[in-house]
Ligand binder design. Structure first.
Ligand code: ARG
Length: 458
Protein backbone atom coordinates (compact mmCIF):
# COMPACT_ATOMS: atom_id res chain seq x y z
CA UNK A 1 0.00 0.00 0.00
CA UNK A 2 1.34 3.41 -1.02
CA UNK A 3 1.31 5.97 1.73
CA UNK A 4 -1.04 8.84 0.90
CA UNK A 5 0.97 12.02 0.29
CA UNK A 6 0.30 14.95 2.54
CA UNK A 7 -0.45 18.23 0.72
CA UNK A 8 2.01 21.10 1.17
CA UNK A 9 0.51 24.42 2.20
CA UNK A 10 1.46 27.31 -0.09
CA UNK A 11 0.35 30.94 -0.38
CA UNK A 12 -2.13 29.87 -3.04
CA UNK A 13 -3.34 26.69 -1.29
CA UNK A 14 -2.47 23.04 -0.73
CA UNK A 15 -0.54 21.11 -3.39
CA UNK A 16 0.62 17.49 -3.57
CA UNK A 17 4.35 17.59 -2.68
CA UNK A 18 5.45 15.52 -5.70
CA UNK A 19 3.46 17.73 -8.04
CA UNK A 20 4.83 20.80 -6.31
CA UNK A 21 8.44 19.61 -6.64
CA UNK A 22 7.97 18.72 -10.30
CA UNK A 23 6.21 21.92 -11.31
CA UNK A 24 8.45 24.20 -9.30
CA UNK A 25 11.58 22.68 -10.80
CA UNK A 26 14.61 24.96 -10.40
CA UNK A 27 12.60 28.13 -9.77
CA UNK A 28 13.61 28.50 -6.08
CA UNK A 29 17.24 28.71 -7.26
CA UNK A 30 16.86 30.57 -10.57
CA UNK A 31 14.41 33.07 -9.11
CA UNK A 32 16.98 34.27 -6.59
CA UNK A 33 18.28 36.31 -9.54
CA UNK A 34 14.81 37.58 -10.44
CA UNK A 35 13.69 38.60 -6.96
CA UNK A 36 15.26 42.06 -6.94
CA UNK A 37 13.59 42.84 -10.27
CA UNK A 38 10.21 41.64 -9.02
CA UNK A 39 10.58 44.10 -6.11
CA UNK A 40 10.67 46.94 -8.65
CA UNK A 41 7.75 45.51 -10.61
CA UNK A 42 5.73 45.15 -7.41
CA UNK A 43 6.70 48.68 -6.30
CA UNK A 44 5.43 50.13 -9.59
CA UNK A 45 2.21 48.12 -9.33
CA UNK A 46 1.55 49.21 -5.73
CA UNK A 47 2.32 52.85 -6.61
CA UNK A 48 -0.18 52.66 -9.47
CA UNK A 49 -2.84 50.97 -7.29
CA UNK A 50 -2.44 53.79 -4.76
CA UNK A 51 -3.17 56.39 -7.44
CA UNK A 52 -6.12 54.42 -8.83
CA UNK A 53 -9.47 56.22 -8.46
CA UNK A 54 -11.54 53.61 -6.58
CA UNK A 55 -13.42 53.80 -3.31
CA UNK A 56 -12.51 52.39 -0.89
CA UNK A 57 -8.83 52.98 -1.84
CA UNK A 58 -6.63 49.89 -2.07
CA UNK A 59 -3.64 51.60 -0.44
CA UNK A 60 -3.41 54.99 1.26
CA UNK A 61 -0.22 56.99 0.66
CA UNK A 62 1.14 55.86 4.07
CA UNK A 63 0.32 52.22 3.36
CA UNK A 64 2.05 52.49 -0.02
CA UNK A 65 5.14 53.92 1.63
CA UNK A 66 5.20 51.06 4.13
CA UNK A 67 5.04 48.52 1.28
CA UNK A 68 7.74 50.35 -0.71
CA UNK A 69 10.03 50.49 2.34
CA UNK A 70 9.61 46.74 2.82
CA UNK A 71 10.21 46.10 -0.89
CA UNK A 72 13.45 48.10 -0.69
CA UNK A 73 14.58 45.82 2.15
CA UNK A 74 13.69 42.70 0.17
CA UNK A 75 15.42 44.16 -2.92
CA UNK A 76 18.61 44.67 -0.92
CA UNK A 77 18.42 41.15 0.49
CA UNK A 78 17.95 39.76 -3.02
CA UNK A 79 20.90 41.77 -4.35
CA UNK A 80 23.21 40.38 -1.71
CA UNK A 81 22.02 36.80 -2.18
CA UNK A 82 20.13 36.72 1.12
CA UNK A 83 16.60 36.26 -0.21
CA UNK A 84 15.31 32.75 0.54
CA UNK A 85 12.78 31.02 -1.70
CA UNK A 86 11.36 27.74 -0.44
CA UNK A 87 9.71 25.03 -2.48
CA UNK A 88 6.37 25.92 -0.81
CA UNK A 89 6.86 29.48 -2.10
CA UNK A 90 7.13 28.01 -5.62
CA UNK A 91 8.91 31.06 -7.00
CA UNK A 92 10.19 34.54 -6.10
CA UNK A 93 6.78 36.08 -6.80
CA UNK A 94 4.90 34.21 -4.11
CA UNK A 95 7.96 34.43 -1.81
CA UNK A 96 7.80 38.22 -2.04
CA UNK A 97 4.07 38.23 -1.29
CA UNK A 98 4.68 35.93 1.70
CA UNK A 99 7.45 38.20 3.00
CA UNK A 100 5.30 41.32 2.61
CA UNK A 101 2.43 39.63 4.39
CA UNK A 102 4.67 38.44 7.24
CA UNK A 103 5.99 42.00 7.67
CA UNK A 104 2.86 44.04 6.95
CA UNK A 105 -0.12 41.71 7.43
CA UNK A 106 -3.12 42.66 5.33
CA UNK A 107 -1.16 45.13 3.20
CA UNK A 108 0.82 42.18 1.86
CA UNK A 109 -2.43 40.43 1.03
CA UNK A 110 -3.48 43.38 -1.18
CA UNK A 111 -0.40 43.66 -3.44
CA UNK A 112 -1.61 41.07 -5.94
CA UNK A 113 -4.74 43.14 -6.70
CA UNK A 114 -5.28 43.36 -10.44
CA UNK A 115 -2.28 41.38 -11.57
CA UNK A 116 -1.41 37.76 -12.26
CA UNK A 117 1.82 35.92 -11.70
CA UNK A 118 1.94 35.79 -15.49
CA UNK A 119 2.41 39.53 -16.02
CA UNK A 120 4.40 39.71 -12.79
CA UNK A 121 7.00 37.19 -13.94
CA UNK A 122 7.06 38.67 -17.46
CA UNK A 123 7.91 42.11 -16.10
CA UNK A 124 10.57 40.76 -13.73
CA UNK A 125 12.24 38.75 -16.51
CA UNK A 126 12.22 41.83 -18.77
CA UNK A 127 13.81 44.05 -16.10
CA UNK A 128 16.46 41.37 -15.49
CA UNK A 129 17.10 40.95 -19.22
CA UNK A 130 17.25 44.69 -19.83
CA UNK A 131 19.97 44.97 -17.19
CA UNK A 132 21.89 42.01 -18.61
CA UNK A 133 21.66 43.33 -22.16
CA UNK A 134 23.09 46.70 -21.10
CA UNK A 135 26.09 44.83 -19.68
CA UNK A 136 26.30 42.70 -22.83
CA UNK A 137 26.42 45.82 -25.00
CA UNK A 138 29.25 47.28 -22.89
CA UNK A 139 31.15 44.01 -23.20
CA UNK A 140 30.66 43.79 -26.97
CA UNK A 141 32.04 47.32 -27.27
CA UNK A 142 35.03 46.50 -25.06
CA UNK A 143 35.98 43.49 -27.22
CA UNK A 144 35.42 45.43 -30.47
CA UNK A 145 37.63 48.17 -29.08
CA UNK A 146 40.40 45.70 -28.13
CA UNK A 147 40.31 44.10 -31.58
CA UNK A 148 40.37 47.44 -33.38
CA UNK A 149 43.23 48.72 -31.18
CA UNK A 150 45.21 45.56 -32.04
CA UNK A 151 44.37 46.07 -35.72
CA UNK A 152 45.47 49.71 -35.64
CA UNK A 153 48.77 48.88 -33.95
CA UNK A 154 49.60 46.15 -36.48
CA UNK A 155 47.81 47.55 -39.51
CA UNK A 156 50.91 47.47 -41.76
CA UNK A 157 51.88 43.92 -40.82
CA UNK A 158 51.31 41.52 -43.76
CA UNK A 159 49.21 38.42 -43.17
CA UNK A 160 48.26 35.82 -45.77
CA UNK A 161 44.56 36.12 -46.56
CA UNK A 162 42.94 32.72 -46.94
CA UNK A 163 39.96 31.11 -48.67
CA UNK A 164 39.26 27.40 -48.13
CA UNK A 165 42.04 27.86 -45.53
CA UNK A 166 44.48 27.92 -48.49
CA UNK A 167 46.69 30.95 -49.14
CA UNK A 168 44.66 33.36 -51.29
CA UNK A 169 45.87 36.96 -51.41
CA UNK A 170 48.17 39.23 -49.42
CA UNK A 171 46.32 40.88 -46.55
CA UNK A 172 47.17 42.36 -43.17
CA UNK A 173 46.82 41.78 -39.45
CA UNK A 174 44.86 45.04 -39.45
CA UNK A 175 42.26 43.61 -41.83
CA UNK A 176 42.03 40.34 -39.90
CA UNK A 177 41.55 41.86 -36.45
CA UNK A 178 39.33 44.81 -37.38
CA UNK A 179 37.10 42.47 -39.42
CA UNK A 180 36.05 40.80 -36.16
CA UNK A 181 35.81 44.21 -34.47
CA UNK A 182 33.51 45.54 -37.19
CA UNK A 183 31.46 42.33 -37.20
CA UNK A 184 30.89 42.84 -33.47
CA UNK A 185 29.85 46.47 -33.99
CA UNK A 186 27.33 45.33 -36.60
CA UNK A 187 26.13 42.50 -34.36
CA UNK A 188 25.62 45.07 -31.61
CA UNK A 189 22.74 46.31 -33.80
CA UNK A 190 21.05 42.91 -33.39
CA UNK A 191 21.52 43.06 -29.63
CA UNK A 192 20.15 46.63 -29.63
CA UNK A 193 17.09 45.46 -31.56
CA UNK A 194 16.60 42.72 -28.95
CA UNK A 195 16.95 45.38 -26.23
CA UNK A 196 14.25 47.52 -27.87
CA UNK A 197 11.98 44.48 -28.02
CA UNK A 198 12.58 43.74 -24.35
CA UNK A 199 12.11 47.36 -23.29
CA UNK A 200 8.28 47.33 -23.35
CA UNK A 201 6.07 46.68 -20.35
CA UNK A 202 3.68 43.70 -20.07
CA UNK A 203 2.46 44.71 -16.58
CA UNK A 204 -1.29 45.07 -16.21
CA UNK A 205 -2.07 42.44 -18.82
CA UNK A 206 -2.66 40.16 -15.80
CA UNK A 207 -3.53 36.65 -17.01
CA UNK A 208 -3.51 38.10 -20.60
CA UNK A 209 -7.12 39.24 -20.54
CA UNK A 210 -7.03 42.46 -18.50
CA UNK A 211 -8.89 43.22 -15.24
CA UNK A 212 -12.17 45.00 -14.37
CA UNK A 213 -10.33 47.78 -12.52
CA UNK A 214 -9.23 51.21 -13.84
CA UNK A 215 -5.50 50.33 -13.77
CA UNK A 216 -3.06 52.74 -15.45
CA UNK A 217 -0.67 50.68 -17.57
CA UNK A 218 1.09 53.73 -19.00
CA UNK A 219 1.96 54.80 -15.46
CA UNK A 220 3.55 51.46 -14.45
CA UNK A 221 5.49 51.36 -17.74
CA UNK A 222 6.83 54.86 -17.03
CA UNK A 223 7.66 54.07 -13.39
CA UNK A 224 9.78 51.13 -14.56
CA UNK A 225 11.55 53.08 -17.32
CA UNK A 226 10.05 51.06 -20.17
CA UNK A 227 9.59 52.90 -23.46
CA UNK A 228 5.88 51.91 -23.61
CA UNK A 229 3.39 49.29 -22.43
CA UNK A 230 2.70 46.34 -24.72
CA UNK A 231 -0.78 47.54 -25.70
CA UNK A 232 -2.86 44.40 -26.29
CA UNK A 233 -3.14 42.31 -23.12
CA UNK A 234 -2.89 39.00 -24.98
CA UNK A 235 0.04 40.25 -27.07
CA UNK A 236 1.71 41.07 -23.73
CA UNK A 237 1.08 37.55 -22.46
CA UNK A 238 2.11 35.86 -25.68
CA UNK A 239 5.36 37.83 -25.80
CA UNK A 240 6.76 35.75 -22.96
CA UNK A 241 8.95 33.09 -24.54
CA UNK A 242 9.12 35.06 -27.77
CA UNK A 243 11.11 37.72 -25.90
CA UNK A 244 13.45 35.06 -24.48
CA UNK A 245 13.85 33.45 -27.90
CA UNK A 246 14.79 36.81 -29.46
CA UNK A 247 17.38 37.56 -26.79
CA UNK A 248 18.97 34.11 -26.99
CA UNK A 249 19.09 34.46 -30.79
CA UNK A 250 20.94 37.76 -30.39
CA UNK A 251 23.37 36.00 -28.02
CA UNK A 252 23.76 33.29 -30.64
CA UNK A 253 24.79 35.87 -33.23
CA UNK A 254 27.41 37.28 -30.87
CA UNK A 255 28.73 33.78 -30.14
CA UNK A 256 28.97 32.92 -33.85
CA UNK A 257 31.44 35.78 -34.20
CA UNK A 258 33.38 34.81 -31.08
CA UNK A 259 33.57 31.19 -32.14
CA UNK A 260 35.16 31.97 -35.50
CA UNK A 261 37.57 34.39 -33.88
CA UNK A 262 38.48 31.70 -31.32
CA UNK A 263 38.95 29.15 -34.09
CA UNK A 264 41.28 31.52 -35.99
CA UNK A 265 43.25 32.12 -32.81
CA UNK A 266 43.66 28.40 -32.16
CA UNK A 267 44.81 27.82 -35.72
CA UNK A 268 47.12 30.80 -36.13
CA UNK A 269 48.77 30.27 -32.76
CA UNK A 270 49.67 26.63 -33.60
CA UNK A 271 53.44 26.17 -33.92
CA UNK A 272 52.91 25.30 -37.61
CA UNK A 273 51.53 28.80 -38.24
CA UNK A 274 53.02 30.79 -35.35
CA UNK A 275 51.40 34.07 -36.49
CA UNK A 276 50.33 34.98 -32.98
CA UNK A 277 50.96 33.82 -29.49
CA UNK A 278 48.23 33.75 -26.91
CA UNK A 279 49.54 34.99 -23.59
CA UNK A 280 50.43 32.04 -21.31
CA UNK A 281 47.94 33.07 -18.63
CA UNK A 282 45.14 32.16 -21.09
CA UNK A 283 46.53 28.68 -21.67
CA UNK A 284 46.59 25.64 -19.42
CA UNK A 285 49.13 22.87 -19.16
CA UNK A 286 48.92 19.11 -19.28
CA UNK A 287 49.12 16.70 -16.36
CA UNK A 288 51.52 14.46 -18.29
CA UNK A 289 53.19 16.51 -21.05
CA UNK A 290 55.47 19.07 -19.42
CA UNK A 291 55.87 21.26 -22.52
CA UNK A 292 52.15 21.96 -23.07
CA UNK A 293 50.38 25.31 -23.27
CA UNK A 294 46.91 24.66 -24.64
CA UNK A 295 44.49 27.31 -25.92
CA UNK A 296 41.68 26.10 -23.63
CA UNK A 297 39.92 29.46 -23.42
CA UNK A 298 39.45 29.57 -27.20
CA UNK A 299 38.38 25.93 -27.34
CA UNK A 300 35.75 26.52 -24.66
CA UNK A 301 34.46 29.58 -26.50
CA UNK A 302 33.94 27.32 -29.50
CA UNK A 303 31.94 24.86 -27.37
CA UNK A 304 30.03 27.65 -25.58
CA UNK A 305 28.98 28.99 -28.99
CA UNK A 306 27.66 25.54 -29.87
CA UNK A 307 25.73 25.49 -26.60
CA UNK A 308 24.20 28.94 -27.12
CA UNK A 309 23.06 27.81 -30.60
CA UNK A 310 21.41 24.83 -28.89
CA UNK A 311 19.78 27.11 -26.28
CA UNK A 312 18.37 29.27 -29.10
CA UNK A 313 16.96 26.13 -30.70
CA UNK A 314 15.56 25.03 -27.34
CA UNK A 315 13.75 28.30 -26.66
CA UNK A 316 12.34 28.47 -30.19
CA UNK A 317 11.12 24.87 -29.89
CA UNK A 318 9.30 25.59 -26.61
CA UNK A 319 7.55 28.64 -28.11
CA UNK A 320 6.77 26.97 -31.40
CA UNK A 321 4.87 24.13 -29.74
CA UNK A 322 2.59 26.27 -27.56
CA UNK A 323 -0.89 27.67 -28.10
CA UNK A 324 -1.48 31.34 -27.22
CA UNK A 325 -2.03 32.46 -23.62
CA UNK A 326 0.06 31.42 -20.62
CA UNK A 327 1.32 27.85 -20.52
CA UNK A 328 3.61 26.51 -17.83
CA UNK A 329 6.10 25.51 -20.56
CA UNK A 330 7.18 29.16 -20.41
CA UNK A 331 8.75 28.66 -17.01
CA UNK A 332 11.42 26.51 -18.68
CA UNK A 333 12.56 29.34 -20.97
CA UNK A 334 13.99 31.13 -17.92
CA UNK A 335 16.95 28.78 -17.42
CA UNK A 336 17.80 28.93 -21.14
CA UNK A 337 17.73 32.72 -21.13
CA UNK A 338 19.93 33.02 -18.05
CA UNK A 339 22.44 30.47 -19.34
CA UNK A 340 22.69 32.13 -22.77
CA UNK A 341 23.29 35.57 -21.24
CA UNK A 342 25.79 34.24 -18.68
CA UNK A 343 27.80 32.30 -21.25
CA UNK A 344 27.82 35.09 -23.83
CA UNK A 345 28.88 37.74 -21.33
CA UNK A 346 31.62 35.57 -19.81
CA UNK A 347 32.96 34.76 -23.29
CA UNK A 348 33.05 38.44 -24.25
CA UNK A 349 34.89 39.38 -21.07
CA UNK A 350 37.57 36.71 -21.26
CA UNK A 351 38.19 37.28 -24.99
CA UNK A 352 38.68 41.02 -24.43
CA UNK A 353 41.49 40.24 -22.03
CA UNK A 354 42.97 37.59 -24.32
CA UNK A 355 42.98 39.90 -27.35
CA UNK A 356 44.57 42.71 -25.33
CA UNK A 357 47.50 40.39 -24.57
CA UNK A 358 47.82 38.89 -28.06
CA UNK A 359 51.36 38.98 -29.53
CA UNK A 360 51.94 38.92 -33.32
CA UNK A 361 55.12 37.40 -34.79
CA UNK A 362 56.14 39.49 -37.83
CA UNK A 363 58.77 36.98 -39.07
CA UNK A 364 56.32 34.09 -39.08
CA UNK A 365 53.62 36.22 -40.70
CA UNK A 366 56.05 37.21 -43.50
CA UNK A 367 57.43 33.63 -43.83
CA UNK A 368 53.97 32.51 -44.86
CA UNK A 369 54.41 34.46 -48.12
CA UNK A 370 57.23 32.11 -49.31
CA UNK A 371 54.85 30.23 -51.60
CA UNK A 372 54.69 32.72 -54.50
CA UNK A 373 51.17 31.69 -55.54
CA UNK A 374 49.67 34.05 -52.99
CA UNK A 375 50.83 37.02 -55.14
CA UNK A 376 49.21 35.70 -58.35
CA UNK A 377 46.03 37.78 -58.31
CA UNK A 378 47.86 40.96 -57.38
CA UNK A 379 50.31 40.41 -60.28
CA UNK A 380 47.47 39.70 -62.73
CA UNK A 381 45.86 42.99 -61.69
CA UNK A 382 49.16 44.81 -62.26
CA UNK A 383 49.11 43.50 -65.84
CA UNK A 384 45.50 44.67 -66.12
CA UNK A 385 46.56 48.13 -64.95
CA UNK A 386 49.05 48.12 -67.86
CA UNK A 387 46.23 47.42 -70.31
CA UNK A 388 45.95 43.62 -70.57
CA UNK A 389 42.42 42.07 -70.46
CA UNK A 390 41.95 40.35 -67.11
CA UNK A 391 41.44 36.82 -68.48
CA UNK A 392 44.65 37.04 -70.52
CA UNK A 393 46.55 38.28 -67.47
CA UNK A 394 45.05 35.45 -65.37
CA UNK A 395 46.36 32.80 -67.81
CA UNK A 396 49.73 34.42 -68.24
CA UNK A 397 50.30 34.55 -64.46
CA UNK A 398 49.08 30.99 -63.97
CA UNK A 399 51.59 29.74 -66.55
CA UNK A 400 54.49 31.57 -64.86
CA UNK A 401 53.84 31.30 -61.10
CA UNK A 402 57.57 30.87 -60.39
CA UNK A 403 58.18 34.41 -61.68
CA UNK A 404 56.30 35.71 -58.64
CA UNK A 405 59.00 34.47 -56.27
CA UNK A 406 60.55 37.35 -54.40
CA UNK A 407 57.50 39.61 -54.50
CA UNK A 408 57.35 41.62 -51.35
CA UNK A 409 54.23 41.33 -49.15
CA UNK A 410 54.75 44.74 -47.51
CA UNK A 411 54.88 46.47 -50.90
CA UNK A 412 51.94 44.45 -52.20
CA UNK A 413 49.57 45.33 -49.37
CA UNK A 414 50.66 49.00 -49.46
CA UNK A 415 49.06 49.19 -52.93
CA UNK A 416 45.64 48.22 -51.54
CA UNK A 417 44.41 51.63 -50.55
CA UNK A 418 40.69 51.60 -51.35
CA UNK A 419 38.12 51.74 -48.54
CA UNK A 420 38.40 48.80 -46.16
CA UNK A 421 41.55 47.31 -47.79
CA UNK A 422 44.81 46.89 -45.82
CA UNK A 423 45.93 50.49 -46.39
CA UNK A 424 42.45 51.94 -46.66
CA UNK A 425 41.10 50.98 -43.24
CA UNK A 426 39.42 53.98 -41.63
CA UNK A 427 40.33 53.75 -37.97
CA UNK A 428 38.80 57.16 -37.28
CA UNK A 429 35.50 55.80 -38.53
CA UNK A 430 35.80 52.89 -36.10
CA UNK A 431 36.67 55.26 -33.25
CA UNK A 432 33.62 57.40 -34.04
CA UNK A 433 31.33 54.39 -34.21
CA UNK A 434 32.59 53.08 -30.87
CA UNK A 435 32.16 56.50 -29.23
CA UNK A 436 28.62 56.85 -30.63
CA UNK A 437 27.62 53.36 -29.49
CA UNK A 438 29.03 53.94 -26.01
CA UNK A 439 27.00 57.15 -25.72
CA UNK A 440 23.88 55.30 -26.93
CA UNK A 441 24.33 52.58 -24.29
CA UNK A 442 24.80 55.25 -21.58
CA UNK A 443 21.55 56.94 -22.66
CA UNK A 444 19.66 53.63 -22.54
CA UNK A 445 21.21 52.82 -19.17
CA UNK A 446 20.07 56.13 -17.68
CA UNK A 447 16.57 55.80 -19.10
CA UNK A 448 16.33 52.37 -17.46
CA UNK A 449 18.04 52.94 -14.13
CA UNK A 450 16.91 56.44 -13.11
CA UNK A 451 13.18 55.58 -12.77
CA UNK A 452 14.07 52.43 -10.80
CA UNK A 453 16.19 54.45 -8.36
CA UNK A 454 13.33 56.93 -7.95
CA UNK A 455 10.92 54.08 -7.25
CA UNK A 456 12.87 52.21 -4.56
CA UNK A 457 16.03 54.22 -3.87
CA UNK A 458 19.48 53.28 -5.14
N1 ARG B 1 7.17 30.63 -11.92
C1 ARG B 1 6.12 30.66 -12.88
C2 ARG B 1 6.73 30.92 -14.29
O1 ARG B 1 7.86 31.20 -14.38
C3 ARG B 1 5.17 31.71 -12.51
C4 ARG B 1 3.89 31.70 -13.27
C5 ARG B 1 3.00 30.62 -12.82
N2 ARG B 1 1.71 30.87 -13.39
C6 ARG B 1 0.76 29.95 -13.46
N3 ARG B 1 -0.36 30.29 -14.05
N4 ARG B 1 0.95 28.73 -13.00
O2 ARG B 1 6.06 30.82 -15.28
Amino acid sequence: MKKPVQDTKTVVGAIDPDVLAFTVGKDPILDRRLAQWDCYGTAAHVTMLTAMQVEPRIFSAEERDAVLAQLAILRDRARTGQFEITEADQDCHLAIERNLTEALGTLGRRVHTGRSRNDQVAVAVRLFTRHELLGTQDEILALAEALIAFAREHRALPMVGRTHLQPAMPSSVGVWASAYGEELLDTLGIVRAAYDYVNKCPLGSAASYGVPLPIDRALTARLLGFRAPIHNVLAAGNARGKMESIVISACEQVMLTLSRLAQDLILFSMPEFGYFSISKEFCTGSSIMPQKYNPDVCELIRSKAAQVCALAGGAASIVEAMPGGYNRDLQDTKALLMEALDVTRASLRILSRLVSGLQPHPDRLRDAFKDPGVFATDRALELVAAGMPFRDAYHQVRDHLEDLRGMNPDETIAKKTHAGAPFGLDFDLYARRIAEEKAAVRTLDEAASKPLAELLGA
